[in-house]
Structures are given as C-alpha cells and as structure tokens.
Design a protein around this ligand. Structure first.
Ligand code: HEC
Ligand code: HEC
Ligand code: HEC
Ligand code: HEC
Length: 118
C-alpha cells in the first residue's frame, strides 16, 4: 500500500514538471513586448516558476508616476487615470495588465469605467 502510494506521487511529480515545461514553451507574448522581443527574465525576475513582477515592469516603465504621466499625455480625455486616481494605492501592474492572456481592470469589480487595459 505504502509503496504504491509513493510510486503514485513520483509519477505525479514527473507529470507536473512535464506540464510546466510544456506551458513555458506554449506561452505567447502580446503587443509591444512581443514586437520588441522582451526577454522572459526581464519580467520573471523571481524565476520562471513565478509570474512576472511589478519590479520587472518598472525596470523599463520607470515608476508609477511616469506611467501616470504617460496616460495623462496620451489620453487627456479620461475621467479617471487608472494609474493612480484610485483609492487602492499602488497596485501591482499585473493586477490589471496580463502578459499572456487578456488584461482586466480590477476597478470595474465595483465601478464601470469605460477604459480597457492593453
Ligand atoms: C524590457 C523592457 C520592458 C519590460 C520589462 C516591460 N515592458 Fe511594457 N513595454 C515596453 C516597451 C518598449 C513598450 C512599447 C512602448 C512604446 O511603444 O512606446 C511597452 C508597452 C507596454 C504597454 C502598452 C501596451 C502594449 O503592448 O503596447 C503596457 C500596458 C505595458 N508595456 C505593461 C508592462 C507590464 C505590466 C510589465 C511587467 C509585467 C512590462 N510592461 C514590462 C518595454 C517593457
Ligand atoms: C487598475 C488597473 C491598472 C493597473 C494596476 C496598471 N494599469 Fe496600466 N493601464 C490601465 C488601463 C485601463 C490602461 C489604458 C488607459 C487608456 O485608456 O488609455 C493602461 C495603460 C497602460 C500603458 C499604456 C499607456 C499609453 O498611453 O501608452 C502602459 C505603458 C501601462 N498601462 C503600464 C502600466 C504599468 C507599468 C503599471 C504598474 C506600474 C500599470 N500600468 C498598472 C490599467 C492599469
Ligand atoms: C512583459 C513581461 C513578461 C514577459 C516578457 C514574459 N512574461 Fe511570462 N508572465 C508574465 C506575467 C505578468 C505572468 C502572470 C500571468 C499573465 O499575466 O499572463 C506570467 C506568467 C507566465 C507563466 C505562467 C503560466 C501562465 O500563463 O499564467 C509562464 C509559464 C510564463 N509566464 C512563461 C514565460 C516565457 C517562457 C516567457 C518568454 C518567452 C515569458 N513568460 C515572458 C510576464 C511576462
Ligand atoms: C471593492 C470595490 C471598489 C474597487 C475595486 C474600486 N473602487 Fe473606487 N470606489 C468604491 C466605492 C464604494 C466608492 C465610493 C462611491 C461613492 O462615494 O459614490 C469609490 C469611489 C471612487 C472614486 C471617487 C468617486 C467617483 O466615482 O468618481 C474614484 C475616482 C474611484 N473610486 C476610482 C477607483 C479606481 C481608479 C479603482 C481601480 C484602481 C477603484 N476605484 C477600485 C469602490 C471600489
């Protein structure tokens, strides 16, 4: 009984690492990051087992203030700037911007702002 359990968990470990490798190969980037051939590691600063980090984003996008200013410049018509007019403080970039799947605007769990996160 014990032996077959151990065997079973060994099989599970092999299966899940194969799955991870498969996912890493299948993963696609979108938009400018794809066009600019941004390296995996510039976002995955804590290793490939972990999602991309805000620290990684800011190594290129500088700071929340810089991103906020960019949005103000490019979209002066927005009623609210998603990059800081909120009352949730400085969220992680990746709370809204996803890199391998569609982004979301967490504000709209409660509000109905009509912006879409790229
Ligand atoms: C190695 C540099 C680099 C890193 C790291 C990086 N970006 Fe970018 N990002 C760019 C460049 C370059 C552009 C294109 C800017 C332009 O065209 O003016 C861009 C554009 C964007 C855009 C605009 C939409 C688009 O696809 O054009 C968003 C949103 C964005 N980045 C979010 C992020 C987030 C969130 C992270 C972290 C998960 C991140 N970036 C990490 C370089 C980087
Ligand atoms: C609350 C959700 C949210 C968070 C958190 C967030 N963004 Fe955004 N971001 C948006 C939305 C929505 C837009 C599109 C706004 C518009 O309509 O122009 C956007 C646009 C952008 C753009 C394109 C700006 C332009 O006009 O070219 C960049 C670059 C960007 N975000 C980077 C970041 C980075 C870097 C972080 C973390 C420091 C971050 N964002 C955090 C929602 C968010
Ligand atoms: C611009 C930043 C950025 C780059 C470049 C990037 N990633 Fe990611 N990655 C993320 C973020 C953020 C997540 C969290 C899920 C999401 O946003 O799609 C993630 C999640 C993942 C995941 C977890 C599975 C999933 O889809 O949730 C894998 C695997 C992965 N990335 C592999 C890669 C590989 C391989 C590369 C290089 C070809 C790469 N990533 C390049 C930001 C990035
Ligand atoms: C968990 C729910 C929740 C989330 C998520 C949330 N808000 Fe709010 N927000 C509220 C509530 C409740 C109020 C107060 C409503 C009122 O007084 O009319 C409010 C008020 C505001 C106001 C001032 C009133 C207005 O509507 O003009 C702004 C601006 C605002 N939120 C922006 C944001 C932004 C930007 C985000 C995302 C970064 C966000 N909120 C996320 C619940 C939320």
């Amino acid at each position: 009984m014990k032996k077959s359990l151990r065997l079973l968990s060994a099989v599970a470990v092999i299966a899940s690492s194969a799955l991870l490798a498969f996912n890493a190969n299948a993963v696609q980037l979108r938009g400018s990051h794809k066009e600019n051939h941004v390296a995996c590691k510039s976002c995955h600063t804590q290793g490939m087992q972990h999602a991309g980090t805000t620290e990684g984003c800011l190594s290129c996008h500088q700071s929340y203030d810089a991103v906020r200013a960019l949005t103000e410049k490019n979209h002066p018509d927005l009623e609210v700037n998603p990059h800081m007019d909120g009352h949730l403080g400085e969220l992680d970039c990746t709370d809204c911007h996803h890199m391998h799947k569609a982004s979301e605007v967490v504000c709209n769990e409660c509000h109905q702002f009509d912006f879409v996160a790229p």
